[in-house]
Design a protein around this ligand. Structure first.
Ligand SMILES: Nc1ncnc2c1ncn2[C@@H]1O[C@H](COP(=O)(O)OP(=O)(O)O)[C@@H](O)[C@H]1O
Ligand SMILES: C=C(OP(=O)(O)O)C(=O)O
Length: 534
């Protein structure tokens, strides 16, 4: 197949020029057609392209490496996620990937990130498959004009069929995502999970924006009310960022990644990547109706003998997804920029049923919870998780942070104080007991609590303090039964609740030890007591 565009970018600078048929800047319709022809996927009855990513259906917990040999970036946080990979190994792996792609049909797309033009970065993404290119079309920002001759600032090469050989290539496993800040190049191999492409650029922006531009980068969704009142929703994967930001009464700014400059917040992306396990038109109408022609469904199943998606069938993975451009959402704000937030929600899916469904945090408690980044991982995005596990992921996104978490926390703390933002902790997880005994908080209740916080109703109700975690719990909230608001009331046995609350509080305190040296006494003291306050 020849390129359907007249001008084809010169990829000489990448050593990829020898042979590959370059399919440049194809339209979604052309990409859908190409994907079907190449047997990458089929059309669902709503016209979405349904593909399988194969073995890897989510992010792999140990896949990220950063190359930092020409050190201008001396403060990268080398932890278990950011694993130093040397420049010579990067070059060797790069050449191996180039060889692998030589002679193959490859898809090239120029796009960009950051809705605020002041922070725009141009990105060229080269993919082995048509569907990954469609993903990039949907998720990144689509520039009005592209110039194939210009060399973009960042380049991503993503080849799912290319596996590294850990022994020879120095990776930890055959699939990998490697970011070279010095070469401004990202190599992704051995995985067809499209989320890896967007999270790679997120990781880049998590360095560049705070470090070079004093802009806070955030793993959060955002929406705005009719009076321009912005709300942002931080949370780890599966805690509800996408679901709760999709609100028919508010404009959607974005579902996952944003920056906060002096007076505005802006989306990094141009689309959404929603989980679709259990999706129904009734519960999540905005997401459901965004699945139209050209949307990209990942790892879903059809009802037998049909092309109708069975969203309840999660045999391939719990992490079924759909990617679509923001323009598929009727009330999207484009360009996706909003005022500084009035309310911040920290979403946690507490599978232990301990944290209140909504509570108000002091600025110090907000810092404590932001640095802690607690959730309970349930089977989902991350490969290998099959049962709930308490997880602390700093800033609700540790896997994507090249800087020390306290750097982001400092920026957030200043902004919360400067803009007098209300901060709420929302447990979208379990109530009435832990996973297995209790049940997931009803989405309708969570939505009602968030609405009440945003429209100021919760400023005029009475509160009581959690005896162990010390946050303030409202006694009443419209459209939510009073007994749901206090988690202890929802457990069959109050003593059992207290024992388990103590265990969770202890896990918080133990986790925070590694941050104590970087925090103030006020922040440390804003953590839970490990014995019940009387
Ligand atoms: N009370 C609740 N609040 C938010 N999401 C809920 C709730 N109960 C169930 N869910 C489900 O949990 C999932 C949250 O996923 P999503 O919004 O995509 O998370 P994220 O964007 O943070 O990764 C959705 O499938 C949603 O339907
Ligand atoms: C896409 C991902 O994140 P989220 O679930 O937050 O959208 C991911 O972690 O792979």
């Amino acid at each position: 197949m020849n390129s359907m565009n007249n001008r084809v970018p010169d990829l000489g600078y990448l050593n990829l020029a020898n042979g590959p048929a370059i399919l440049y800047q194809l339209t979604p319709a052309q990409l859908v057609e190409a994907a079907i022809k190449r047997n990458e996927g089929v059309l669902s009855d709503s016209g979405a392209l349904a593909i399988d990513t194969g073995k890897f259906t989510g992010r792999s917990p140990k896949d990220r490496f950063i190359v930092d040999d020409h050190v201008t970036h001396d403060n990268v946080w080398w932890g278990s996620i950011n694993f130093k990979f040397d420049g010579a190994k990067f070059n060797a792996l790069y050449n191996k990937m180039a060889k692998y792609l030589a002679g193959k049909e490859i898809f090239v797309r120029d796009s960009c990130a950051c809705a605020n033009e002041k922070y725009h970065i141009d990105i060229r993404v080269i993919t082995e498959t048509a569907y990954q290119n469609l993903f990039v079309h949907h998720l990144f920002i689509r520039p009005e004009v592209v110039n194939p001759e210009s060399r973009p600032e960042w380049t991503i090469i993503a080849a799912p069929g290319f596996m590294a050989d850990p022994e020879k290539d120095g990776t930890r496993q055959p699939n990998f995502s490697i970011i070279s800040f010095s070469k401004k190049t990202i190599l992704i191999g051995g995985t067809g999970y499209t989320g890896e492409i967007k999270k790679a650029i997120f990781s880049v922006l998590n360095f560049v924006l705070p470090h070079d531009k004093q802009v806070l980068s955030m793993h959060c969704s955002a929406n705005t009310g009719s009076k321009g009142d912005t709300a942002i929703f931080f949370g780890l994967s599966g805690t509800g960022k996408t679901t709760l930001s999709a609100d028919p009464d508010r404009g959607l700014i974005g579902d996952d990644e944003h920056g906060w400059s002096d007076y505005t917040i802006f989306n990094f992306e141009g689309g959404c990547y929603a989980k679709c396990s259990g999706l129904t038109a009734e519960k999540e109408p905005q997401i459901f109706s965004a699945i139209k022609y050209g949307a990209l469904l990942e790892n879903v199943n059809f009802f037998p003998g049909t092309r109708r998606v069975n969203f309840n069938n999660i045999d391939k993975t719990e992490n079924t997804r759909v990617a679509y451009p923001l323009s598929n959402v009727s009330n999207a704000v484009i360009p996706s920029i909003g005022a500084s937030p009035k309310n911040i929600f920290f979403l946690t899916a507490d599978a232990f049923g301990i944290l209140p469904p909504i509570s108000k945090l002091t600025p110090e408690q907000a810092m404590y919870h932001f640095i802690s980044g607690y959730t309970a991982k349930i089977a989902g995005t991350e490969t290998g998780i099959t049962e709930p596990k308490a997880t602390f992921s700093a800033c609700f996104g540790e896997a994507f942070l090249p800087l020390h978490p306290v750097e982001y926390a400092k920026l957030l703390g200043k902004k919360i104080k400067d803009h007098q933002v209300n901060v709420w902790l929302v447990n979208t997880g379990w109530t009435g007991g832990a996973y297995g005994t209790g049940q997931r908080m009803k989405l309708a209740y969570t939505r009602a609590m968030i609405t009440a916080a945003m429209n100021g109703v919760l400023d005029h109700v009475h509160y009581h303090q959690h005896p162990m975690f010390n946050m303030m719990i409202p006694l009443t909230c419209p459209n939510v039964p009073d007994e749901v608001l206090d988690p202890k009331n929802t457990w069959a046995n109050a003593e059992n609740y207290e024992d388990n609350a103590n265990k969770l509080a202890t896990a918080f305190v133990n986790n925070f030890e590694k941050y104590a040296a970087y925090s103030t006494a006020e922040i440390i003291n804003a953590g839970p007591n490990t014995v019940l306050a009387v």
